[in-house]
Design a protein. Structure first.
Length: 359
């Protein structure tokens, strides 16, 4: 009996593959996150169909969210560019955006742009304003990197962070001294709320067209520059490994300065678009917009350009639906609740960060 029992094959416990468990967990997280992101629009869409018989209201929310999200996208791209190459959360970037709006308002007056300006004069005037705003913000961004960040590059990370906060306060106080503590309203040069056309009852206004048409080419040009050009390849190499990039002959200091230059360009463009879209600016707008845009960059994946675009658009949709359906006082809480959920299910963001690992 003992020999027969010994001869029988012994059953072995089933071993679960760690890779299989990881894939299952990742798949569950992805689908759960998609369900959470769609929960609010789907719920309100069903309610609209039940009460109004159509999705026009949700469509209008979508268009307004796309317009707002386009502005957050431009600012978020600046955050993710800088973080991707030197892993710095550049808190001054939101205030650069504010300076871009202030410069744009100043150029309005210098060029004499008013609501009575002709179409041709307005187009060339706004194009000149865009160039000046982008040049001002990019120059200021490069100067901040050269004066404040480069000397601290080998210092503890906290020193860089404190420097970024310091520059943020400096720029905010410049805005305060420039236009004062109260919001300033400017001319509605593009007649923002003017109805242009409708699609299935969804209204498209001048402001919507401006935000989408102006932002789209800028995003495409930036991503093409980073992906296709020699300077873009240098930026990606420096983002992966700074020392290896130096050994390959890449001028890392110049590459980092170029990154700040591009981030400043995006801030200047966003400043003008915001000034035209909202028609009201004030010195504290950089803090609020910077916080929203940074949230968008984290949501999409810090260091990932496409993630910044996706995060900006998602936040634009969430904000608009919350403002219109729930109440503006709840919007910040809802936005950050979504951020927390995304980080819980996908810690690297929706599309994953592309910043290098540091040991």
């Amino acid at each position: 009996m003992h020999n027969r029992l010994a001869a029988l094959p012994m059953s072995r416990p089933v071993e679960k593959s760690p890779a299989l468990l990881a894939r299952a967990r990742e798949r569950f997280s992805r689908y759960a996150l998609i369900a959470l992101l769609l929960a609010m629009p789907v719920a309100f869409g069903i309610n609209d169909l039940a009460t109004e018989g159509n999705l026009t209201r949700l469509g209008n929310n979508f268009v307004a969210g796309l317009s707002n999200g386009a502005i957050w996208t431009l600012i978020a791209l600046g955050y993710t560019l800088v973080y991707g190459i030197i892993e710095l959360i550049n808190f001054a970037h939101g205030d650069l955006f504010m300076i871009g709006s202030f410069v744009s308002f100043g150029i309005y007056g210098t060029l004499g742009l008013t609501i009575t300006t002709g179409v041709l004069g307005l187009v060339f005037g706004l194009l000149a304003t865009l160039i000046v705003a982008m040049a001002a913000c990019s120059s200021l961004s490069v100067m901040i990197e050269r004066v404040g960040y480069r000397p601290l590059r080998s210092a503890p990370r906290l020193a860089l962070l404190i420097a970024a906060v310091g520059f943020s306060f400096i720029l905010r106080n410049v805005g305060f001294l420039w236009l004062g503590a109260f919001p300033w309203s400017g001319p509605d040069l593009i007649n923002t709320n003017h109805h242009v056309f409708s699609i299935s009852g969804v209204s498209i206004s001048n402001g919507d067209l401006l935000a989408i048409v102006a932002t789209g080419p800028l995003v495409l040009l930036l991503t093409a520059f980073v992906a296709k050009t020699r300077f873009g390849r240098a930026m990606r190499a420096a983002a992966q490994d700074t020392e290896a990039a130096r050994l390959m002959g890449i001028n890392v200091d110049t590459t980092i300065s170029l990154t700040f230059f591009l981030a400043g360009l995006m801030a200047g463009a966003a400043g003008l678009i915001y000034a035209l879209y909202q028609t009201t600016i004030w010195f504290f707008q950089g803090f609020t917009a910077g916080l929203i845009a940074f949230t968008a960059a984290v949501m999409g994946g810090l260091g990932n350009l496409y993630g910044a675009v996706l995060g900006g658009l998602i936040i634009g949709f969430i904000q608009q639906i919350s403002d219109n359906r729930i109440g503006a006082e709840w919007t910040p809480a809802i936005v950050f609740a979504y951020l927390v959920l995304i980080i819980v299910f996908m810690p690297e963001g929706l599309l994953g960060g592309e910043a290098r690992e540091t040991g």
